[in-house]
Design a protein around this ligand. Sequence first.
Ligand code: SAM
Ligand code: DTB
Ligand code: SF4
Length: 331
Amino acid sequence: MNDTVLLSPQTLSHPQPTVRSTPSWSVEAVLALFELPFADLLFQAQKTLRAHFDPNAVQRSALLSIKTGNCSEDCSYCSQSKRHQTGLEAENLLSLDDVVAAAQVAKDKGASRFCMGAAWRGPKNKDLEPVMEMVRAVKSLGLETCVTLGMLKEGQAEQLKAAGLDYYNHNLDTAPEFYPEIVSTHSYQDRLDTLHSVREAGLKVCCGGIIGMGESRLHRAGLIAQLAALDPPPESVPINGLVPIPGTPLAKNEQPDIFEFVRTIAAARITMPRSHVRLSAGREQMSEAEQALCFLAGANSIFYGDRLLTTSNPQVASDNILFEKLGLRGV
Ligand code: SAM
Ligand code: DTB
Ligand code: SF4
């Protein structure tokens, strides 16, 4: 397969409008960004951030795993696949009360959005009603809502929208040509199809990827080009550093250096100027100075709270200290 393939919206099973609201980026053009001198790249990213956002405001989302483990899919990075022996204890869907209590704690700590993740290939129709109740209850606390439930069947995105959902998270994770090396139980096209139905239902899109799965720089550029080619681009773009999980095929993968991660953030910022770019999983392995470089490169969102889904995240108290040192304002 051609290494620089860009699956355009036209390759989707549904026809798309031909006039784009934003210019699209070729893989080669994104690769050229990655190859700029580091300071030139960061300068361009910082200029882009300043043209569209308050550069010192950082959006904060809290995460909760509402259904953990025992997932049928074989995503090779994930602690929750039943095909990997990760020692994770599976849990059924949480109760509404537990979810509301966690959302209230997140709100009290300052998060503005609450993201609920379920380890499903996709929700069954009977799974959707309790999730919709959670969405309604979390929204009534005054938080923005986001869910990540896997692939959606026809009509499900509309039901979630009707329940008041704001965002649906569904990551493309890497370039299309590398995806089959990471996951075999669903395809890149499946991911694009769900993203399309989420958009059609009028939901905001949260879509990003993972750095450090053994991909090349060309693949990283391919991921960014693919995200920027979504029309419109995702409102929220989470860039995750792989959290190596013992028992998964990627547990011992060598990680690219921090500058490559920062370059990916900068490329996301430049190609998706109006999107919130989230410095996502992997922050716990980063120093304060490394995180500061990511903010300089245009990241303006984080996961905030002591836990991600099944792994830990920096403590709220240490994030508050970092924000104070950098003069950042959490929103
Ligand atoms: N099952 C749903 C799905 O696959 O979309 C939702 C949950 S899944 C855990 C959401 C995203 O978390 C993945 O697409 C991936 O980007 C990220 N993720 C999962 N495990 C990770 C890890 N070990 N390191 C970094 N990111 C990870
Ligand atoms: C995203 O891009 N990253 C989050 C969220 N969306 C769902 C998940 C990160 C998971 C990190 C590994 C874990 O805690 O299991
Ligand atoms: Fe399942 Fe999502 Fe993990 Fe893949 S990333 S194994 S679909 S929970």
